[in-house]
Design a protein around this ligand. Structure first.
Ligand SMILES: CC(=O)SCCNC(=O)CCNC(=O)[C@H](O)C(C)(C)COP(=O)(O)OP(=O)(O)OC[C@H]1O[C@@H](n2cnc3c(N)ncnc32)[C@H](O)[C@@H]1OP(=O)(O)O
Ligand SMILES: O=C([O-])CC(=O)C(=O)O
Length: 441
């Protein structure tokens, strides 16, 4: 057994004892009351999941095992001469719960390199789709085709002990993460670069190799990919992609099935797809105004028009956050350092000055501030990755790190199949009239 796997096992054994104890001694302690409004409105504010990898504070933003994004940028290992943290490092942190050493990161990097071979039938499955297919559809088809390789599914079919679920899930996790950049790059080159594919470079780190396979040789782009892959990796457990992966995994669907399900959620415009919507919205605004940089007044008018048409302003608002997303700030800092005079980036910054007061005026928007998706597209366009329909695939490759580390924990802790209670509105009517009681068991 590799030493990262051994470390995970020993951490999981320790936490298992604590969790069993928690359930035994405090299992009946109430966390909070659930209201009728919460049940109808997306279960907002209901604490209903345990996710070890990260925790969100509504005002401060995400922390990965206690570390904020600025702290991660400082403490995680980097490539020689690089300034941005390596995704291998945040994966180690989320899985093991400790900051990695340089050696840990190198170990994970070379492990993923060794496991990165993608069988041909995956490419054939993608090639069977029309070229006009959305890249996220190609991505989930690719992941589903790769499910033939699941160690968990094979082991389960052969009959395994519950105690060993974690081990096969770990193997699937490592193999899937190793292969995702190749699948994503294949989709990009197939759809946008006439199928001129680029072979992996085994000497590079995971994100550096991804940048290389996509076809971008500017070292700034590789740095951006490292930062991008770190900041999009996880956002505690309740977001649509993480929750879906966890939910599907709770039926003991393997990592491929669970992750593909999560990616179908990420492909929704209120979640991950918002990053393509942001750049599309900005480009349309520019086109309607005849090109160039719009003024604050022009942006304000365009925002009001968007709202009047009954649409949301993409990249703004959040289900849980109540301040500017620190992932937006991290990208803004990257832009200030590397591309302070980029025209599109400057538009993103003017949009940032303009949108929040307008959303506040509406009186119903709980968070008028930008989220992670408000900034990412402008950075990608700067380096030449202009095909915005592809952006959510990048998000998905990154999100694998968090949701699959979590899936390892789900199986290691023996978490149950998820099955909350649902009711009908007829039941709800009787409940508010005091004719039926809430079901507590
Ligand atoms: C990686 C991520 O997933 S980050 C989120 C990416 N998504 C986006 O950027 C899309 C734009 N934003 C939104 O649609 C929302 O803010 C969401 C989906 C992120 C959160 O939704 P909710 O938790 O329901 O937000 P909230 O409670 O503030 O919504 C209240 C009202 O304000 C509206 N609202 C919220 N954000 C916006 C916005 N950016 N533009 C216009 N209206 C908005 C909601 O649509 C809702 O209107 P309704 O009562 O008429 O249905
Ligand atoms: O937390 C959420 O609901 C959405 C989000 O920002 C993410 O998943 O990154």
């Amino acid at each position: 057994m590799g030493y990262i796997k051994e470390k995970f096992k020993s951490k999981a054994d320790e936490l298992n004892v604590e969790v069993k104890d928690m359930i035994k001694n405090h299992g009946t302690k109430k966390i909070e009351e659930v209201t009728v409004g919460q049940v109808y409105q997306g279960m907002r504010g209901i604490t209903g999941l345990v996710t070890e990898t990260s925790l969100l504070d509504a005002n401060e933003g995400i922390r990965f095992r206690g570390y904020s994004i600025p702290e991660l940028r400082e403490h995680l290992p980097k490539v020689p001469g690089g300034a941005e943290p390596l995704p291998e490092g945040i994966f180690h942190l989320m899985l093991i719960g400790e900051l990695p050493t340089e050696a840990d990161v190198q170990y994970i990097s070379s492990m993923w390199g060794r496991r990165s071979h993608v069988p041909n039938h995956v490419f054939d499955a993608i090639d069977a789709l029309p070229i006009s297919t959305h890249p996220m559809t190609m991505f989930t088809v690719g992941i589903m085709a790769l499910q033939t390789e699941s160690s968990f599914a094979k082991a389960y079919a052969d009959g395994i002990n519950k105690k060993d679920y974690w081990s096969y899930t770990y193997e699937d996790t490592m193999n899937l993460i190793a292969r995702l950049p190749r699948i994503a790059a294949y989709i990009y080159r197939r759809k946008y670069k006439n199928g001129q594919h680029i072979q992996p470079n085994g000497m590079l780190d995971w994100a550096g190799n991804f940048a290389h396979m996509l076809g971008f040789s500017d070292p700034g782009f590789a740095e951006l990919m490292r930062l991008y892959m770190v900041i999009h990796a996880d956002h505690e457990g309740g977001n649509v992609s993480a929750h879906t992966t966890h939910l599907v995994g709770s039926a003991l669907s393997d990592a491929y099935l669970s992750f593909a399900a999560g990616m179908n959620g990420l492909a929704g415009p209120l979640h991950g797809l918002a990053n393509q919507e942001v750049i599309k919205w900005i480009l349309q605004m520019r086109e309607e105004l005849g090109g160039g940089s719009p003024t604050k007044e022009q942006i304000e008018a365009y925002v009001r028009k968007t709202l009047a048409e009954g649409k949301v302003v993409p990249g703004y608002g959040h289900a849980v956050l109540r301040k500017t997303d620190p992932r937006f700030t991290a990208q803004m800092e990257f832009a200030k350092k590397h591309l302070p005079n980029d025209e599109l980036v400057k538009i993103v910054w003017t949009v940032y000055e303009t949108v929040p007061p307008i959303l506040q005026e509406l009186g119903k928007v709980k968070n008028p501030w930008p989220n992670v998706d408000a900034h990412s597209g402008a950075l990608l366009v700067h380096y030449g990755l202009v095909e915005y329909e592809f952006y959510t695939v990048l998000f998905g490759v990154s999100r694998a790190l968090g949701v699959l580390a979590s899936l390892c924990w789900d199986r290691a802790l023996g978490l149950s199949i998820e099955r909350p209670k649902s009711v009908t509105t007829e039941w709800m009517k009787q409940f508010v009239e005091g004719k039926v009681d809430a079901v507590t068991e």
